[in-house]
Write a protein that binds this ligand. Structure first.
Ligand code: HEM
Length: 296
């Protein structure tokens, strides 16, 4: 499929830079975050659908980065409800695959162009009425508006539920293909150790105290007729989900994963990307952002 957008990744990142105060060495979105080493223990429940190594029976190491979505260090994180959770599964043959998710079940727009139009509408030179016009008059943004309104006030990264938003295909030994979406569901934890100064410090504190911060990897199965390549449409709630494994945070990473690029199109045998144009655009935008922050 043609994933071309009339917009280039360079133009997209330029638009972010002109709308928000970014810093040269930080990511051009999700600039501030905290990273941990982790382990992922698969349940084996996904084996009939995929040959992917980390979804079989053997535990694999992983790197996890939680982030605030703003491209700016200066934004008020308490007013910004969208948070990210990026996971890299590190496989024993030296390859890896990423899941780069957010705590929203759908995305704001169907195409990169309309997402960037929205960022431009929020350029520092725009007036509030121009911003509101951009949101109200573009029907694409309506479903997302209601999701944002329903987001619960958040306390910390570790109690949020994260979604891949995009669909991927699982492929098994018989080469059968099944469209799926991924989710991280937080497991209940002991809430001691709330240090109350930042979401990052609270999580670091809990991991140090070994408070068993864990997430369950859920895989949701599409049925015929479900939107596969459109990240703005959720699948019905009654779609089957399986529990594919448990992620456990182990220790804070000294390098804070600053040199990582959690490109969501990096997959391994047994997992394939859907044709969602936003998914493929992300790969190019992340590479452009990485280049500008000095990572290759
Ligand atoms: C056209 C749409 C999008 C654009 C242009 C975009 C742009 C970016 C950029 C430039 C970065 C910084 C990458 C880096 O320097 O490594 C980033 C990071 C991130 N984005 Fe997106 N993004 C888009 C859609 C999404 C969606 C749909 C999600 C959630 C499913 C998402 C979640 C994240 C997360 C969690 C990070 C931080 C990754 C990390 O910890 O390194 N983004 N995005």
């Amino acid at each position: 499929m043609n994933h071309q957008s009339s917009l280039t990744a360079k133009e997209a990142v330029d638009s972010i830079e002109s709308a928000v105060n970014t810093e040269s060495h930080l990511r051009r979105a999700h600039a501030i975050g905290v990273a941990f080493d982790a382990t992922f223990q698969p349940t084996g429940a996904a084996v009939p659908w995929t040959t992917a190594a980390h979804l079989q029976q053997t535990e694999v190491p992983a790197v996890v980065r939680f982030s605030h979505s703003s491209p700016s260090r200066k934004s008020n994180e308490q007013l910004n409800p969208v948070k990210g959770m990026a996971v890299r599964f590190q496989l024993f043959d030296g390859t890896f695959t990423n899941l780069t998710m957010a705590n929203i079940p759908i995305f704001i727009s169907k195409t990169p162009d309309s997402f960037i139009r929205l960022i431009q509408a929020f350029d520092s030179s725009s007036t509030w009425s121009q911003r509101i016009d951009a949101l109200i008059h573009d029907t694409e943004y309506k479903a997302f508006g209601s999701i944002i309104k329903e987001l619960q006030p958040f306390r910390n990264f570790e109690s949020l539920h994260y979604y891949s938003i995009h669909a991927y295909y699982l492929r098994n030994e018989e080469l059968q293909r099944q469209a799926v979406r991924f989710e991280w569901q937080p497991l209940p934890q002991n809430d001691d150790g709330n240090v109350n100064n930042s979401m990052e410090n609270e999580l670091i504190h809990k991991v140090k105290l070994d408070q068993s911060i864990r997430f369950r990897l859920l895989i949701q199965f599409a049925e015929p007729g479900d939107a596969i390549d459109d990240p703005t449409i959720a699948w019905p709630d009654d779609r089957e989900k399986i529990e594919a494994g448990i992620l456990t945070l182990k220790s804070l990473r000294a390098d804070n994963a600053e040199s990582f690029i959690f490109d969501p199109t990096v997959t391994i045998e047994g997992i394939e990307c859907s044709d969602d144009p936003i998914l493929h655009f992300r790969s190019k935008a992340y590479a452009e952002s990485a280049k500008r922050r000095g990572v290759r």
